[in-house]
Write a protein that binds this ligand. Structure first.
Ligand SMILES: [Zn+2]
Length: 139
């Protein structure tokens, strides 16, 4: 049993599924920490993560799911973020197509029926600003 004081002092983690691209990590982490009051962001990286999740890549999904569950179980993460970004080497499509991948990827995450909220974020290339695309709240 966790006391209220322990609960309040506990670090809050979120889980972010994102591309390997080194240009997006810091903008994403900063945005997630400030927007969702998170202390630490567990990063699960895969080239073109939005495409992988949006197309439910059967070779990669089991590994990603295992990492998400580890983050949730060991760090008590209750927020799963799927991120896509512009100028992606592994998913070189338009911003609109990225948002389509994000939407389908978020639907895939919802299908896992985890006890977590799901957020989709898009990082624009050039200025690397982060925008919230959509939120799926736990039911
Ligand atoms: Zn990328």
């Amino acid at each position: 049993m966790t006391s209220l004081e322990e609960f309040l002092n506990e670090s809050k983690f979120a889980t972010c599924i994102s591309c390997i691209d080194g240009r997006v990590h810091l903008p994403l982490i900063q945005f997630i920490k400030t927007t969702y009051q998170i202390d630490f962001v567990d990063l699960i990286t895969e080239p073109g993560a939005d495409l992988v999740m949006g197309t439910r890549d059967p070779e990669k999904l089991p590994s990603i799911k295992g990492k998400v569950k580890l983050s949730m179980e060991r760090h008590n993460s209750q927020l799963i973020i799927l991120a896509g970004h512009g100028d992606c080497a592994a998913n070189p499509v338009s911003a609109d197509a990225h948002l389509g991948h994000l939407r389908r990827g978020m639907e895939c995450l919802r299908g896992w029926e985890l006890d977590a909220d799901i957020v989709g974020l898009y990082v624009s290339d050039g200025d690397w600003t982060v925008d919230e695309f959509a939120v799926i709240t736990r039911t």
